[in-house]
Design a protein around this ligand. Sequence first.
Ligand SMILES: Cc1cc2nc3c(=O)[nH]c(=O)nc-3n(C[C@H](O)[C@H](O)[C@H](O)COP(=O)(O)O)c2cc1C
Length: 174
Amino acid sequence: MTKLLFVPGSLRRASSSRAAARALADRLSARAECAFGDIGGLPHYNADLENDAAVRDWIAQVAAADGLVFVTPEYNYSIPGVLKNAIDWASRPAYQSVFKGKKCFVITTSGGALGGVRAQADLKYVLNGMLAEVFTCKEVVIPMANAKVEDGVFTDEAILDFASENLGAFLDSL
Ligand SMILES: Cc1cc2nc3c(=O)[nH]c(=O)nc-3n(C[C@H](O)[C@H](O)[C@H](O)COP(=O)(O)O)c2cc1C
């Protein structure tokens, strides 16, 4: 079965990005084996650190996946530092990392009306720089995301339908 790695860009328990990622993984469970990236325990990027177990595990998770699905909030017009840190760890050696040719799908969230469009553009730019293959489709953005979570469950079925449809096309492309 196709292996998808969901990478939420927020660590907090009540995160709307994590809730949306869980809901999408549930919807895709008949078509894909879905895992979740563990980026919260990674040290700050430091090229002097060798053989860190958390870094090794994270890179192995990326390597094992047929496709990555980022679901991330926008922080200060870009992606959260914790996500950039994880990406930086898996980006070496430059142009020959596990990201080279890796199929990626980007979803952004925000508490406001724009759904993280600026973070979406930034993340795609970063992924392109690592020679990842970013799936192109209508942008999947989730505005007012905090208001769409009840008891940890993401409730906006319309946006889940739209995201699932595009993720279906992404799966077809893998
Ligand atoms: C440090 C920080 C910076 C933020 N900057 C932005 C921003 O630039 N644009 C925006 O729309 N929302 C911004 N937000 C709001 C988040 O997008 C919103 O709280 C989102 O729901 C957080 O994602 P989560 O629910 O997955 O944790 C910011 C939140 C934080 C904590």
